[in-house]
Ligand binder design. Structure first.
Ligand SMILES: NC(=O)c1ccc[n+]([C@@H]2O[C@H](COP(=O)([O-])OP(=O)(O)OC[C@H]3O[C@@H](n4cnc5c(N)ncnc54)[C@H](OP(=O)(O)O)[C@@H]3O)[C@@H](O)[C@H]2O)c1
Length: 236
């Protein structure tokens, strides 16, 4: 049976990126109403179940503002996917203070601020779904750099803390950790032979990420988990 999120309101950051756009498509199919964020208002598109808000994740005030705006438009945030992500490929010596601060701001602080604004109100309503977007880099270090790996690893602490505190309130908290996904800025910047060492022999697709993400969002018994979606790179 396909996931049914009819009537649920989802907030997806980075909604116009590769994975974000695929996720919006799958959430629409599952019946949700979606508000996405982007830094570029020119990308704004709106229909009766999908609208966009302009927000930059490095602006700390934007998280509470976005959550309030979604609640003003639709009455609640039932589903939160802090999907916006940033990371420029660096070696350790090349990683500047600015690289570090940006990766932590976008990949870790913004998800925390969004959860802090949305989760207590989910608990009041006795329903909530939070899905952080981690990365295989959180476990292996990955190829992008120390700033990116550390920012994604920090999400694991958030998953554990929030899942244990809010399970009894009807709020599930999980993460999906993809690797080497085509149709994304990060994935498409990789060298042509990037797929050579992936056990399944190819890179993953944004629709495969979205499919698993929506299945996780639809499952009320799944909480405190990170699902790796990596073509078999890390068997465990
Ligand atoms: N692609 C992969 O192989 C891979 C693997 C593991 C994890 N991930 C994670 O998957 C998530 C989605 O990334 P993607 O692969 O779909 O990459 P993408 O196509 O580059 O999309 C990234 C999205 O993040 C948003 N973003 C970046 N910096 C932002 C900022 N300062 N404020 C607000 N939004 C910002 C962008 O929004 P704008 O519309 O404003 O540009 C864009 O929509 C990220 O968290 C990424 O770390 C990707």
């Amino acid at each position: 049976m396909s996931t049914d999120l009819t009537g649920r309101v989802a907030l997806v950051t980075g909604a116009t990126g590769g994975i974000g756009a695929a996720l919006v498509d799958r959430l629409l199919e599952a019946g949700a109403t979606i508000v996405g964020t982007t830094r570029d208002a020119a990308k704004a598109e709106r229909d009766d179940r999908y609208s966009l808000i302009e927000a930059d994740a490095t602006d700390r005030a934007s998280a509470a503002r976005v959550v309030e705006e979604v609640e003003r438009r639709h009455g609640a945030v039932d589903v939160l996917v802090p999907n916006a992500g940033s990371g420029t490929t660096r070696t350790l010596p090349d990683t500047t203070d600015e690289d570090w601060d940006e990766a932590i701001a976008v990949n870790l602080t913004a998800p925390f601020l969004l959860a802090r604004a949305a989760v207590p109100r989910m608990a009041d309503r006795r329903f909530g779904r939070v899905l952080f977007v981690s990365s295989l880099a959180a476990f292996t270090g990955g190829a992008i750099g120390p700033h990116y790996a550390a920012s994604k690893a920090g999400l694991q602490g958030l998953v554990g803390f929030l899942a244990s505190r809010y399970a009894a309130s009807g709020v599930t908290v999980n993460a999906i950790a993809p690797a080497l996904i085509t149709g994304t800025t990060m994935g498409d910047a990789l060298p042509d032979d990037a797929a050579a060492h992936i056990p399944v022999g190819r890179m993953g697709t944004t629709s495969e990420v979205a499919e698993l993400a929506v299945a996780m969002l639809g499952n009320g018994y799944l909480t405190g988990k990170t699902m790796l979606l990596d073509g078999g790179l890390l068997a465990r």
